[in-house]
Design a protein around this ligand. Structure first.
Ligand code: NAI
Length: 342
């Protein structure tokens, strides 16, 4: 499983790593919203990780059965269930990585911002509990609109005096996963080799695949660039419409989130070769938050890979400027929400 999440170049490194150090199953992960469409398959994938010793599943309902079911898999981690606000603190104590896919998903015709009114409060309350019970944990925010929920989480952590910007992540891995898949299909490349950085944010035009930075080096016509960019930006909507009211992307999202969890655990475990695109507090642009490729280490974000944003094509330069007003507004909406509550 570890190998299947990692780009080829990192696989050799991981195998070596495994050989020399025999990774211990030692990290504790909590999933908040574990009974949901994303939460269930994500919990299954995390249950398969050899780096996890304890898996805490939290939801407001229906989580007992999910935990009982998963606990029968003969993989190392011990699964425990927690239901409702009164059990939230115990779900979080001692946790190293908290993943938050709690909240409502989109229905056809909705934008991610339409989810704001419900999900903003859910993220605020869950992150507040994280601040009280496991302030040193890596926090992975999946709940949309990520462009606003991450700034909300940052404000809540600041209000509690425990904000570490290196450890708060908006999960944008699905945008990278989609970009890699669509580019490999279009250019007939071996999937495992393809790596496209995706920057900006996680909604509509704020999702910007940097196709000029695709590895391996590949050239696109202007028409291909336009088509691929728009498809990657609208891929979530493609799924929402295909599911026709039954939810948004859950399986591909679970896959992507599990990859981000595995990367975080490898970083915590001392692997010096872990890179992911993610929406974080950033000085890469003038905006306070921006998704870009970062190097992950034991303490979270260790470095920003700014070279991705240098030498962009004209199309990409324009797209970066075009996305900034929307991204800025979504960030400010999140900050406003959190400061009004304080
Ligand atoms: P879902 O409705 O199937 O599951 C959500 C789960 O959250 C439910 O089990 C619900 O009981 C739980 N929940 C609600 N309030 C809660 C609370 N206060 N505490 C704990 N759990 C709570 O939704 P789905 O499809 O799993 O999506 C979840 C979120 O992920 C949505 O906001 C969706 O927009 C977002 N999403 C993000 C993506 C990304 O790339 N970052 C991609 C796809 C979805």
């Amino acid at each position: 499983l570890r190998a299947s999440f990692a780009p080829k170049a990192q696989k050799t490194n991981q195998n070596l790593h495994q050989h020399h150090f025999q990774p211990q199953a030692s990290y504790k992960v909590a999933v908040l919203g574990a009974a949901g469409g994303i939460g269930q398959p994500l919990s299954l994938l995390i249950k398969m990780s050899p780096l996890v010793s304890v898996l805490h599943l939290y939801d407001v309902a229906n989580v007992k059965g999910v935990a009982a079911d998963l606990s029968h898999c003969n993989t190392p981690s011990q699964v425990m269930d927690f239901t409702g606000a009164s059990e939230l603190a115990n779900a979080l104590k001692g946790i190293d990585v908290v993943v938050i896919p709690a909240g409502v998903p989109r229905k056809p015709g909705m934008t991610r911002d339409d989810l704001f009114n419900i999900n903003a409060g859910i993220v605020r309350d869950l992150v507040s509990a994280v601040a009280d019970n496991c302030p040193d944990a890596f926090i992975h925010i999946i709940s949309n609109p990520v462009n606003s929920t991450v700034p909300i989480a940052a404000e809540v952590l600041k209000q509690k005096g425990v904000y570490d910007p290196k450890k708060l992540f908006g999960v944008t891995t699905l945008d990278v996963v989609r970009a890699n898949t669509f580019v490999a299909q279009k250019k007939n490349l071996k999937l495992i080799d393809v790596d496209v950085p995706v920057v900006g944010g996680h909604a509509g035009i704020t999702i910007l695949p940097l196709l000029s930075k695709t590895k391996p080096t590949v050239s696109f016509t202007d028409e291909e660039i336009e088509q691929l960019t728009v498809r990657i930006q609208n891929a979530g909507t493609e799924v929402v419409e295909a599911k026709a009211g039954a939810g948004s992307a859950t399986l591909s999202m679970a896959y992507a989130a599990a990859r981000f969890v595995e990367s975080s655990l490898r970083a915590l475990d001392g692997d010096g070769d872990v890179y992911e695109c993610t929406f974080v507090q950033s000085e890469v642009t003038e905006l306070p938050f921006f998704a870009s490729r970062v190097k992950l280490g034991r303490k979270g974000v260790e470095a920003f890979i700014t070279s991705d944003l240098q030498g962009l094509s004209e199309y990409e330069q324009k797209a970066v400027e075009a996305l900034k007003p929307e991204l800025k507004a979504s960030i400010e909406k999140g900050i406003d929400f959190a400061s009004k509550q304080a």
